[in-house]
Design a protein around this ligand. Structure first.
Ligand SMILES: Nc1ncnc2c1ncn2[C@@H]1O[C@H](COP(=O)(O)OP(=O)(O)O)[C@@H](O)[C@H]1O
Ligand SMILES: [Mg+2]
Length: 299
């Protein structure tokens, strides 16, 4: 893992003057780091991701991406930043009638003039690269298959390939496995993790499934009521903290019963053994002290 890639400081968002959907969130993501964001429905996870690539304008705070100020960026500068930030969606957002490779090539549009993009003018190098990435996510045999013929897990891998062909530094994934069965979910998580480990693409992933967050993440961020209530390594996330993150919606913490004590990132081959520096949690004591410092809100 490298230096800091994304730095959020005091980020807040209120939609139409309503209560804050995101409330004073500060957070760092390092190059090649895999960070999961967990929290119950309405906690602000999607708002957080959208503030990063400016699909939503934050009300307060700053977003520094690769040294650039995303909040003030306009026009050409904003487009240049967005090229290096790829997005993966819960419902894939594919063009169903197009083939897998045509969908992947859409990821190159940010590098093209509107006309070249509309005409589908891609270089041989771009096509070769698109095929190579499809191969890397296990879909070489489906490159020329229409995506409406693919399973959900295959569609999401096309979504990941489309994101990666952008040559991103950061991949934002908003509930990428929420519509998938457990086996496909695992495959998709493995490919996201592979992108972080092998391609050095930092991943910021909103997840409902705590067990997958525990297993695949370098770090987990917990949101409750728009506030950051946890930021630490998977093995620092105990049941009390889960209850705090999910508040009255503890049953939302899908899979935690299975995961607790059973699957830990430390047991995953190649997982970093040292907990990264974190603003909130630094061991068991942090459960009562650390996160409180940044303000705890009951969900
Ligand atoms: N476009 C929007 N307009 C108004 N309110 C919104 C909008 N998007 C989200 N919200 C509100 O902001 C809060 C956080 O939502 P969201 O970021 O979608 O949370 P999550 O992704 O964790 O479910 C919720 O109260 C939600 O109703
Ligand atoms: Mg959401």
């Amino acid at each position: 893992m490298g230096g800091v890639l994304l730095e959020l400081r005091g980020l807040s968002k209120s939609y139409d003057g309503r209560a804050r959907a995101l409330d004073d969130v500060s957070l760092e993501v390092r190059r090649g780091e895999f960070v999961s964001v967990i929290g119950s429905s309405g906690a602000g996870k999607s708002t957080l991701l959208r503030c990063v690539n400016r699909l939503v304008d934050p009300t307060e705070g700053s977003v520094a991406f690769d040294g650039d100020d995303m909040v003030r960026a306009r026009g050409r500068a904003l487009r240049a930043c967005r090229r290096r930030i790829a997005m993966v969606f819960q419902h894939y957002n594919l063009v169903h009638r197009a083939t897998a490779i045509e969908n992947v090539l859409q990821g190159r549009l940010g590098y093209k003039s509107t006309i070249a993009g509309m005409l589908g003018l891609f270089s041989e190098e771009e096509k070769r690269r698109a095929f190579e990435i499809l191969d890397q996510v296990g879909l070489a045999d489906f490159a020329y298959t229409r995506t409406d013929q693919l399973s959900g897990g295959q569609k999401q891998r096309v979504g990941i390939a489309r994101a990666l062909v952008q040559d991103p530094l950061l991949m934002l994934a908003d509930e990428p496995i929420a519509s998938l069965d457990p086996k496909s979910s695992r495959t998709v998580m493995e490919h996201l993790r592979w992108a972080a480990d092998e391609l050095g693409v930092a991943c910021l992933v909103n997840l409902h499934q705590v067990d997958f967050a525990l297993e695949f993440s370098d770090r987990i961020v917990g949101l409750a009521g728009g506030r950051l209530v946890f930021d630490g390594a998977p093995d620092e996330l105990d049941e009390a903290m889960i209850a705090r993150i999910y508040g009255a919606n503890a049953e939302d913490a899908e899979g935690f019963g299975v995961a607790a004590g059973a699957v830990r990132s430390a047991e995953r081959p190649g997982a970093p053994s040292a907990a990264p520096a974190s603003v909130a949690a630094a061991g068991p004591a942090a459960t009562s002290d650390g996160p409180t410092a940044s303000g705890v809100v009951a969900a």
